[in-house]
Design a protein around this ligand. Structure first.
Ligand SMILES: C[S@@+](CC[C@H](N)C(=O)[O-])C[C@H]1O[C@@H](n2cnc3c(N)ncnc32)[C@H](O)[C@@H]1O
Length: 622
């Protein structure tokens, strides 16, 4: 030890060393801390051979740190002693990060401490995961030469993600104005290229969101798909809200999610995705690591099921092929697989090294298991975090808040599945929840609103309730007189996808409906024939009043026909009404509908979905 020049140490009277000792004995209640204090005093002396007052410059000296560990290794010191040194240094950095009053509020300093801890961790792993000195030196050489292993690359990403999450925290904690231009660019780089429309149209599949890409704004077919996690979705949102508006330059870029640095539209999204893909070093390395990670049969199974082998061994051309995989299931499976392989899954920031057992390695999964994300809760305090064995820094809290934000937005949107809300209604819903911070604005919820899918409609209590009670707001019966007779008009505005009302009546088989048809030849027909889930059915609304609502004139049956300008469209679904599965025809708006506009749907003269009812109306210019 002495021979290696490792025994010199700073005096215990040095201010920072005295304070560190106090921190160990008082704050951390370490009874026998002198050995630890001495180890740190030696380490600091090694890192700073001159001067009487220890500085914190060692945080910038990665090469000297590596040398220090190498010198320890080269002595006859036992592995346990070296490990002790490492633990003591990590303690010391924690002390600096958490306690030193001078720097406590300096986030740059805290980041520096975090990066240093990660460097020490990496070196510790390198030392303790190898048995022979030869393999140690090979690893060490690889590290300093820059030929990184997959795990080391993951470390790099983890460091980058910390900075990213810090900005994310600022954005969602109402500090968005303080995010510098450089940080905005950094955030943008981290998220990379997708488009506005695709972002808004993202689809939930299992626990991920699948985003489809079309080539440019006139393209109607989807060109490519990729998947992001719920957590990533939360990251994208502050970009969309706070950063993107500042980057939009020309008109063309308005419908793009990412723009070029000059604020113009990204010309080829597919190329952009390709570039993003290539730039991900971890994924590139994953390609070469795949052979050692999966068995041959696993790889074959994977290739057969998800086409992922081609992706994993991809060239740019194959990457493009991947992006053209339109089937959401294969996109999701590939994302999951790649996440596992590359360590790039959303949980990467919290990947554990099982062997280490260090508390800062506790995963975000275990964090949210300990502190479940609820709509009404708050993230844990620093004391709660540390008491539960998590790092005192705010990284996990920021992620927690991000998830809460997304959950709250989803919750608000679930109030309005049936119809697009006005901002005022959303504001009232937010006020009712009593949320003061970390919630989307009313405008954002309105903007995010999308027509519900059939699955969502089937579970929507507002729709079920409206059908059951036959109380539909915003539609009214109007007498047009003459041959046309009664019809239905909008008494409020509707947006595309809004559900306006149902075609109410008794659901019978088409066979039974056909039998009834001859008896109603000379009057207006109200028999709606349709096929749903391979069953031929008919809604018999011939009677003015139905059996279930004998006092009510239901509106849907009075909607008139137009084949040229229909503004609503019937769609069948299955609703559980009063514990009974009931087939229901709902009318959805085909576009925006103005107040007083008459509702019309295509009776299906050609498709005969209304059994020829429209045939009599063919003379109409409707
Ligand atoms: C389902 S009912 C619609 C309500 C009907 N107007 C009433 O007063 O009861 C269908 C009938 O309405 C009439 N109708 C529907 N669309 C029409 C239109 N565009 N112009 C004139 N009459 C129409 C036809 O007589 C048709 O048989």
């Amino acid at each position: 030890m002495q021979a290696a020049g490792l025994y010199k140490k700073f005096s215990g009277d040095a201010e920072v060393i005295k304070d560190f000792k106090k921190y160990l004995s008082v704050d951390l209640d370490v009874t026998n801390c002198q050995q630890e204090v001495d180890n740190v005093a030696r380490f600091l002396r090694y890192m700073q051979p001159t001067g009487d007052v220890p500085t914190l410059d060692f945080l910038k000296k990665s090469t000297d740190t590596r040398d220090f560990f190498q010198d320890l290794k080269n002595t006859d010191m036992t592995a346990a002693t070296i490990l002790n040194y490492i633990k003591n240094i990590l303690h010391f950095v924690d002390y600096l990060r958490n306690r030193l009053a001078l720097v406590a509020t300096n986030s740059e300093f805290r980041n520096q401490c975090q990066a240093y801890k990660e460097l020490v961790e990496t070196l510790r792993k390198a030392i303790f995961k190898t048995n022979s000195k030869d393999s140690l030196s090979t690893r060490y050489q690889r590290f300093v030469d820059g030929t990184r292993s997959l795990r080391e690359c993951q470390e790099v990403l983890r460091v980058a993600e910390k900075e990213f999450l810090h900005i994310f925290g600022m954005l969602i904690n109402k500090d968005s104005a303080k995010v510098s231009a450089q940080q905005r660019t950094y955030y943008r780089y981290y998220l990379e290229a997708i488009l506005v429309r695709e972002w808004l149209d993202r689809k939930p599949v299992d626990n991920v969101r699948v985003i489809g890409i079309s080539n440019h704004k006139t393209a109607t077919t989807q060109l490519a798909s990729f998947a992001i996690s719920q957590e990533e979705e939360a990251w994208f949102q502050p970009y969309y809200k706070h950063i993107r508006p500042g980057f939009i330059g020309d008109l063309d870029s308005c419908d793009r999610f990412f723009t070029s640095a000059k604020g113009t539209a990204v010309s080829s999204v597919t190329n952009d995705l390709g570039r993003m893909h290539e730039s991900q070093e971890v994924r590139r390395i994953a390609q070469t690591e795949v052979d050692s990670t999966f068995t041959t049969s696993q790889k074959e199974g994977v290739a057969r099921r998800y086409m992922a082998q081609r992706y994993m061994a991809h060239t740019t051309a194959v990457a493009k092929t991947h992006y053209r995989m339109l089937d959401p299931a294969s996109v999701v499976q590939t994302a999951v697989l790649l996440g596992k392989l590359s360590g790039c899954s959303p949980q990467r920031a919290s990947q554990t090294d099982e062997a280490s057992g260090q508390q800062e390695d506790r995963t975000f999964d275990s964090f949210i298991a300990a502190f479940p994300v609820t709509n009404d809760g708050r993230p844990p305090s620093q004391k709660q975090r540390t008491d539960a064995g998590f790092s005192p820094d705010r990284t996990f809290c920021d992620k927690w808040r991000g998830l809460q934000y997304v959950n709250r937005r989803r919750y608000l949107l679930s109030h309005f599945q049936m119809r697009k809300p006005a901002a005022g209604s959303v504001s009232r819903a937010i006020a009712k929840e009593g949320w003061q911070t970390n919630h989307p604005s009313a405008d954002e919820v309105v903007k995010m609103w999308r027509p519900a899918s059939r699955e969502n409609v089937e579970g929507d209590k507002h729709v079920i309730n409206s059908v059951d009670r036959q109380k539909w707001k915003g539609v009214a019966i109007k007498d047009f007189g003459g041959e046309k007779g009664l019809g239905v008009v909008a008494t409020r505005q509707f947006a595309r996808g809004d559900i306006l009302c149902d075609y109410h009546g008794e659901v019978i088989t088409a066979k039974k409906g056909n039998k009834k048809m001859p008896s109603i030849n000379d009057q207006a027909g109200y028999m709606f024939f349709f096929t749903f889930r391979e069953k031929h059915l008919c809604v018999d609304a011939q009677s003015d009043y139905c059996k279930c609502h004998p006092q009510l004139e239901t509106v849907g049956r009075l909607i008139n026909h137009s084949s040229k300008r229909p503004n609503v469209k019937p769609a069948a679904c299955l609703l559980n009404i009063n514990s009974k599965d009931t087939t229901v025809i709902l009318f959805k708006a085909l576009g925006d509908i103005k107040v007083d506009e008459e509702l019309k749907f295509d009776y299906g003269v050609k498709r005969k979905s209304f059994r020829g009812e429209g045939l009599d109306l063919q003379w109409l210019e409707e």
